[in-house]
Ligand binder design. Structure first.
Ligand SMILES: C[S@@+](CC[C@H](N)C(=O)[O-])C[C@H]1O[C@@H](n2cnc3c(N)ncnc32)[C@H](O)[C@@H]1O
Length: 215
């Protein structure tokens, strides 16, 4: 590949790289009961339920969110890290952050990142320097500087969703957030709805993802 590493990379190319990775990397679905129990003890019932964005969905999600070079992207509950890696590969970001409470999924994401660093086209390797994988509760982690966020919140308990929206609303740099659930009515005064997109995920080919901007 004879190209400047700062140039945009096509969604199709990133999809191909990530599809190869999914074949080789450890799965974030395979976690034991103790790991799930630890997630739910901290985050609430059903919070450990897993499903992930398919590689084909990552470029459309980036476009809908408006992620561009120098942005700070965060996947809040990042599982295998696939979305975090995809965003980093698509654009030279200031940071592409994954926050994951499950220790086993965090470990799987770290192993996947190591694998990706071995297999990704050389020209894309500098982009992976923007990736930060954090293990912990998304409510306790620093969202400092975050400009764009994605949350696959389909099974998040209401209290967790409420707390994350409170934190999103008080993150002054946040421009846009994408959620796999509609905003609860009580939150409508705080965010403008700016659209939605169908996203292919492991549990459905067209999950409706809602896009919001803080008012
Ligand atoms: C449905 S999966 C989404 C994975 C990934 N974002 C994707 O869409 O491809 C949701 C993830 O959120 C994690 N999670 C749940 N509560 C959390 C919390 N309070 N802090 C961080 N991660 C959490 C779960 O362990 C799970 O891996």
């Amino acid at each position: 590949m004879n190209r400047d590493a700062m140039q945009p990379v096509s969604g199709a190319e990133v999809q191909q790289v990530l599809e190869r990775l999914v074949q080789q990397a450890p799965s974030a679905f395979d976690v034991d009961a103790a790991d799930r129990a630890a997630v739910e003890a901290k985050a609430g019932a059903q919070a450990s339920t897993y499903g992930e964005v398919l590689p084909a969905g990552i470029a459309p999600l980036a476009r809908a969110l408006g992620v561009q070079r120098d942005c700070v992207f965060a996947d809040l509950g990042s599982g295998s890290g696939l979305v975090v890696f995809g965003m980093a590969l698509l654009h030279p970001l200031a940071a592409s952050v994954g926050i994951e409470l499950s220790r086993a999924r965090h470990a799987a994401a770290q192993a996947s990142l190591a694998q990706l660093k071995q297999d990704a086209p050389t020209v894309l390797l500098p982009r992976l320097e923007s990736v930060r994988l954090l293990q912990g509760d998304l409510l306790d982690c620093d969202w400092h500087g975050c400009t764009h966020a994605f949350v696959a919140a389909t099974c998040f308990p209401p209290a967790l969703l409420h707390a994350l929206l409170t934190k999103a609303r008080s993150t002054p740099t946040l421009r846009r957030i994408a959620l796999t659930v509609p905003l609860p009515d009580a939150w409508r005064p705080a965010f403008s709805s700016v659209g939605h997109l169908p996203l292919p995920m492991t549990f459905s080919p067209r999950v409706k993802v809602h896009l919001y901007e803080p008012r």
